[in-house]
Each structure stands twice: as C-alpha cells, then as structure tokens.
Design a protein around this ligand. Structure first.
Ligand code: ADP
Ligand code: ASP
Ligand code: MG
Length: 436
C-alpha cells in the first residue's frame, strides 16, 4: 500500500481537485492524505486570533468571506445537482460550527477545533467529487487513529493499531482518503501536528502501515538546492539521503515539515517529492542510499534567538554546562545550535515562550546576552572528516557576511552558521554562487 500526500496548492481549487483524479486513479492500493485548500489554515488562524481578541465583527467578516469562497468551490467542483446539494450542506454545517465559537470565552481547545476544519472540509469535498466521478473510495477519519502523546510526539503504537482497525473495515477498498495535519492529543481532544504537518501525517501513516513508498506531492519539482523563494536559478536534487533531507527540513526547507523524515527513516521507507503541476517530472527520491556530492543544498531557518552565556565563576568549573542545559530542559525549550569555549557557551533557540524566565535563572550564575532576529543558514552535504576544503569554500562564499556562530561536527552532513536575518538573502545568493 502506498501513501500519497497532496499539499494545499494541489487541492487549492476545484480545477486542481479534478486534476488529482488522474494521479490517484490507477488501481494501485493507496491512502491519500490531503491538506486544507491553500489559504484555508491561514484564514482559520486569523479567525482564531480575532476570537482571542474578542473582535466579533472581524471574526464574522472573516468567516463570511471564507464561506463565500467555499460556496464558489462547490459550484465549480460538482456537475450534478445531487453533489452540489451535498457539498452545500457540508459547508453549511462546518461554517455553522465555526460561527458557534463567536461567544465570550475562547480557549486553546476551541482554536485547535477551528484549525481542524480545513482538512475536514477538503477531504470531504474531494470524497464527494470522487463519488460523482464514479471512483470508489473510503473517507478515513484521521481523528479516529492519529494521536500524539504527552510530549507531542506521534503515539506510533496507538496509530498502528487504530489505522489497521479502520482499514480492516473495508477489505476490498483500494483508495482511502484521509486528513493531514489533524490528530487527537493525550486527552483525546482535537489537536494538530503544527503548521505544514500534513507531510508528517503522510510519513507517520506510511510508517504505521509499512508502506512501500511515501509520495509527497506539492507545487514544485522536488527539493531544490536552495530556497527558490529567495534565490534565482535553483535546481531540483535527484537524490537525498534521509539524513540530508532531515537536516534540510529541520533547518527551514519549507517543502518538508521539520520532523517528517524521521518516521520514514525509522522504517526505511523511501520518500518521493513530486510535482502535481508537472506529474512527469522526476522530483527527489529520499532514501537510505548515501550520495556523493560534496555540496547538496542550502536552507535557512528564521526567527532564531541567540543566547550568549558566560560563566562568572572560575575557569574549568565543572557542571557549568549541566546547570545551563537543565534550565532549558525545565522550560521544555529545545536548543538548535551550540558552540562552546572554556567559560562561555553560545546557543540558539526558536521557541521564545519562556525566554524571560530562562534568562532570569541563567543570570543567577552567568552573564547573559540575547540577540533576536537571527537566521541559521545550513549547508548540507558530505562533510566527512576525510573530505578537505569544503569549510574554506563555505567561508569564502560568505566572506562579506558577518558570522555570529559556526557549527560543524554534530553531524557529517551539515555546516551551520548564524547570521543577522536581514542578511539572509545575501548569504543564500552568495552560497549559490560559491558552492553550486
Ligand atoms: P504544500 O502546500 O504542498 O505542503 P509548501 O508550500 O509547504 O507546499 O512547500 C512547497 C514550497 O516550498 C515551494 O513552493 C517552495 O516555494 C518552498 N521551498 C522552500 N525551500 C525549498 C527547497 N529547498 N526546495 C523546494 N521548495 C522549497
Ligand atoms: N493545512 C496545514 C497548514 O497549512 C497543514 C499542511 O498544509 O500541511 O499548515
Ligand atoms: Mg507544506
């Protein structure tokens, strides 16, 4: 059984949904994971923000605008009266549900329930379209099997058992449709896998059913060697190892959710990145096979905060790093990049929710300097200890960019540097010129 995930643009209009049928209707057994239609999750975030701010008028207006957009989709999606009626009833019920949240208190759980509406809508609308087109399919409710645990990690045991229970109900079905992104949490409440999380749903399901291949269909012909939104003349990479793809995803290549490679890597299931606008393009194959190019690609992660910590105690004090890391652990704040010297350590975080509390605790035994608006630029490739000259080429390319931190050695696939965010574009262009 294959898993095919289609992103927001791939289901972004009635026309795109029509085009999907050609890709999925080939009798190969598969589970199709869909995102919300493009723009929808952003709209739902805006609605939630208006509700948090108690701006009822704005929330109403946003819901109305979105409702009209979906009315138009229904009009264009179906030919028959029967499916038009079903489509309209479906969106009426989802938008009535959204309107019910216009009330006094708006909670985090309400927000999560609102954010789930996009994928519930896209999958149900598409399922009706398949019905109209005479293609047999079953809509699997992701909320019946996708679950995260108390650490917000996928609960793989639960997912494996429960997706199998769902699949076993339809022994003759070859085409299943399900929602990306949405799940339940440890309390059984509706939750999600964070923005871009449909990729993660795809690989989690792929791992859970031990799929032979996971395909991620999007609006570009595979992973490019640099961010195509920032740099001209980027090109698709034919093959990446799991480690390389995971580093690129984690360090900002938006085409993949930051942690979505792991489930596929754990079960050694190849992941193919493909383009719905150009289904014949080769795309990118991600697998356990090592590749040889020295430089593979560059990615950048914005919204980074750097914290420079200097021990006020004497040189060689042991236990210093432990005391520092304990604080970050207590505040459940992951550290991305780290460099150390004898009495000081610089590190970066992207979750600043508890920054003030962390800094206050650090200041009890350290001097602390905080720099915001930083970007990690990550160069991915084969940088084994035997490989010579790569560091010079990276630094030579970046010779006009002030560098705040450099990190190599944690992995043989990645050299990362920390720079001011305002210099990101210059850095990516310089690396494109210097390395590829
Ligand atoms: P989807 O909605 O299908 O999940 P996304 O917008 O999340 O699609 O991801 C695809 C987009 O990622 C591309 O349109 C491209 O602009 C952006 N992107 C950023 N970095 C890269 C990269 N290195 N290679 C390919 N695409 C990238
Ligand atoms: N719809 C969600 C988002 O926009 C999940 C996804 O598209 O992957 O973040
Ligand atoms: Mg995405």
């Amino acid at each position: 059984m294959r898993v095919l995930k289609f992103g927001g643009t791939s289901v972004g209009s009635a026309e795109r949904m029509h085009a999907l049928v050609d890709i999925i209707n080939d009798n190969v057994p598969k589970i199709v994971v869909l995102s919300a239609m493009s723009g929808t999750t952003n709209n739902l975030v805006e609605i939630s923000n208006a509700l948090y701010a108690k701006d009822t008028a704005k929330a109403k207006q946003l819901i109305d605008t979105m409702y009209n957009k979906y009315k138009e989709v229904v009009k264009q999606l179906y030919k028959t009266e029967k499916e038009q009626t079903k489509g309209n009833q479906l969106i009426d019920s989802h938008f009535d549900y959204l309107r019910d949240f216009i009330k006094d208190v708006f909670t985090v759980n309400d927000e999560r329930a609102i954010l789930a509406q996009g994928e519930l809508l896209s999958t149900a609308l598409f399922h009706y379209y398949l019905e109209e087109a005479g293609v047999d399919s079953v809509l699997l409710p992701a909320l019946n099997f996708m679950r995260i645990d108390e650490n917000e990690e996928p609960d793989m045991k639960y997912i494996e058992t429960h997706i199998q229970l769902e699949l076993d109900k339809y022994p003759n079905c070859k085409l299943f449709i399900t929602q990306g992104y949405i799940c339940r949490n440890e309390f059984g409440d509706i939750d999600n896998l964070k923005r871009g999380g449909s990729d993660y749903t795809g690989t989690i399901i792929g791992a859970a059913i031990r799929s032979d291949e996971i395909q991620i269909w999007t609006d570009i012909d595979g992973m490019h060697n640099n961010d195509p939104r920032v740099v001209d003349k980027t090109y698709p990479i034919a093959e990446l190892s799991f480690d390389e793809a995971a580093e690129l995803a984690y360090f900002g290549a938006k085409i993949l959710h930051p942690t979505c490679i792991l489930p596929a890597q754990m079960r050694n299931i190849p992941v193919r990145l493909l383009n719905t606008m150009q289904p014949q393009a080769k795309g990118t194959l991600i697998s356990s096979k090592a590749t040889e190019d020295i430089f593979k690609a560059v990615a950048a992660k914005d919204g980074i905060t750097a914290i420079k910590i200097k021990s006020v105690r004497m040189l060689l004090a042991y236990g210093f790093l432990r005391s520092v890391f304990e604080i970050f652990e207590r505040y459940k704040t992951p550290i991305d990049m780290i460099t150390t010297s004898e009495v000081s350590v610089s590190l970066t975080i992207d979750n600043v929710k508890n920054l003030d509390a962390i800094v206050t605790e650090l200041q009890e035994f350290c001097s602390v300097e905080v720099n915001t608006d930083q970007t990690i630029v990550c160069v991915v490739g084969n940088f084994t200890a035997e490989q010579q000259g790569y560091a010079v080429r990276i630094l030579e390319a970046l010779k006009n960019i002030p560098i705040h931190m450099i990190s190599y050695g944690g992995s043989e696939n990645n050299v990362s540097v920390l720079i001011d965010s305002k210099l990101k574009k210059d850095a990516l262009i310089a690396l494109n010129k210097g390395l590829f």
